[in-house]
Design a protein around this ligand. Structure first.
Ligand SMILES: [Zn+2]
Length: 254
């Protein structure tokens, strides 16, 4: 079997790149069974974006955490899922030195679960809860907090309210500088499963692409930066595409 031209170009680019960084969005996690909140059947469409934004909001959380938690439990707490093939292959690619790290817009913690080590999760991680007392900041796994199905969970150490460790509307993204530095220092950027519409990460990728570095996009459907990409792969299954790339990368070596 011979790779097609696109795969061949991706493999060539990755094997020659001294610093490849990956940016992931919802598209990689839908393959693990996680719904795309912003997709056509996502909660934003079902309930109306205004309603979601009014409750999943830092001000509502601070003023009425009970209301926040009722809504959050009902719509955002999902049964645990396993990483997809794509998550596992990215973890392997990091171990074998083909990629340096991942900047993700996803909050599901699946990259970490698959074994990726350097992950910058700009929207946080819904696998954990954090104490809102700035002098405490104790972290709790979801298995510790989510069995409580009503009321507001509190910290065992200090009694303060716990918050899902994800950014809510009205909050700045996490690790802004780390994400920006990681993306801007890359020689090759591999974007997977993101239509590149959510800022600021989309802005970092755009800035990267204006320096004429190598941008590779694997996404189902169009993205905002298709025109700037060296290669754009539009296929239904990201896991299989990455598997193919990784197979030929290993044969080419580094
Ligand atoms: Zn605490």
């Amino acid at each position: 079997m011979k790779p097609n031209e696109q795969i061949e170009q991706v493999v060539r680019t990755l094997s020659n790149s001294p610093n490849t960084v990956v940016v992931t969005g919802a598209g990689i996690s839908t393959e693990a069974g996680i719904p795309d909140f912003r997709g056509p059947n996502g909660i934003y469409r079902q309930l109306g974006e205004d309603r979601v934004m009014n409750i999943i909001n830092i001000h509502t959380f601070n003023q009425n955490p009970a209301l926040f938690y009722d809504f959050y439990r009902q719509h955002f707490v999902l049964p645990p899922v396993e990483p997809s093939k794509a998550h596992y292959i990215l973890a392997e690619m990091e171990k074998s030195g083909f990629i340096k790290g991942i900047v993700t817009q996803n909050i599901d913690g699946l990259h970490e679960k698959a074994g990726s080590r350097r992950v910058v999760a700009v929207h946080g991680n819904s696998e954990q809860y954090v104490c809102t007392n700035r002098h405490c900041r104790e972290l709790y796994g979801r298995d510790k907090v989510e069995p409580q199905t009503s009321g507001v969970p509190t910290c065992e150490q200090c009694g303060s309210v716990l918050k899902p460790d994800v950014i809510l509307f009205g909050e700045p993204i996490k690790h802004f500088t780390d994400a920006q530095d990681m993306i801007m220092s890359a020689r090759t950027l591999l974007v997977i499963g993101s239509s590149l519409t959510v800022y600021p990460v989309a802005g970092f990728v755009k800035a990267f692409s204006t320096f004429y570095q190598d941008l590779i996009i694997i996404n189902r459907g169009p993205t905002q930066l298709d025109h700037a990409a060296l290669v754009k792969i539009d296929r239904p299954n990201t896991g299989e595409t990455l598997e193919e790339i990784y197979y030929y990368l290993n044969r080419t070596g580094k």
